[in-house]
Design a protein around this ligand. Structure first.
Ligand code: PGA
Length: 248
């Protein structure tokens, strides 16, 4: 039985004050939450969140990392720095990084490796654009994104990877994949992993992301291959986020 995981991706939205209010709000409503809950904060706030969530069940993640361990990479953040602030997770290959910052499937695979090498759990995002879906290429695109990681790291690496299926057309748009659409792709992803290892496929958590909110989370998470959510906009309000956490 896979555990439900709900991860908040705050993106570039935070201030010291809003972080304090949000984390305190989440912590005050965690009674009755059986999902694993992760918050992925912008780098400058990792330290603040680390302190606020110490001795609680909340877990911390970052939103990006550099593939190198240290050195002359001005402005970059290494996997070990992220670990140093108590994070166990890091988002890798979010569609905003792929499209706005030119992260290729090769770079995403290398970042996945760098995260695992440092002992972090990557939240590996995959997903198709609207154009790719409309032209019937969803499975081709998702397979290409996943195969780049499988080819570099081997299927065993997925023992320590969380996958997030995030259709690009549903991210931040208010358009959500229907439970049927999402489940179909999740099943495809699990089948792709099963081609290499049935047992790893059964164990790997596959989260849905893309305008998941308090109103649609329960129906999505009830699908047999949807193991939770990666939440953007709705992760910024404690009340909404908690409702999603309770949907699992
Ligand atoms: P959204 O973002 O929930 O605002 O659509 C999800 C994500 O980008 O991870």
């Amino acid at each position: 039985m896979r555990k439900t995981i709900v991860a908040g991706n705050w993106k570039m939205n935070a201030s010291k004050e809003s972080v304090k209010t949000l984390i305190e709000g989440i912590l005050s409503g965690m009674n009755g939450v059986s999902s694993e809950v992760i918050v992925c904060a912008p780098f400058p706030y990792l330290s603040q969140v680390e302190t606020l969530i110490s001795n609680t069940s909340l877990m911390l993640g970052a939103q990006n990392l550099n593939v190198n361990t240290k050195g002359a990479f001005t402005g970059e953040v290494s996997p070990d720095m992220i670990k140093d602030f108590g994070a166990q997770h890091v988002i890798v290959g979010h569609s905003e990084r792929r499209s706005l910052y030119g992260e290729s499937i090769t770079i995403v695979a290398e970042k996945t490796k760098a995260a695992i090498d440092a002992g972090l759990i990557p939240l590996l995002c995959v997903g198709e654009s609207l154009e790719e879906r409309d032209s019937g290429n969803t499975e081709v695109v998702v397979a290409e994104q996943l195969n780049a990681v499988i080819n570099l790291l081997g299927i065993e690496a997925f023992e320590g990877i969380i996958i997030a299926y995030e259709p690009v057309w549903a991210i931040g748009t208010g358009l959500t994949a229907s439970p049927e659409q999402a489940q179909a792709v999740h099943l495809f992803i699990r089948g792709l992993l099963a081609d290499s290892s049935e047992s790893i496929a059964q164990k790997t958590p596959i989260l849905y992301g893309g305008s998941m909110n308090a109103g649609n989370a329960a129906e999505l998470i009830s699908c047999s291959d949807i193991d939770g959510g990666l939440i953007g906009g709705a992760a910024l309000k404690a009340e909404d986020f908690l409702q999603i956490c309770k949907a699992g």
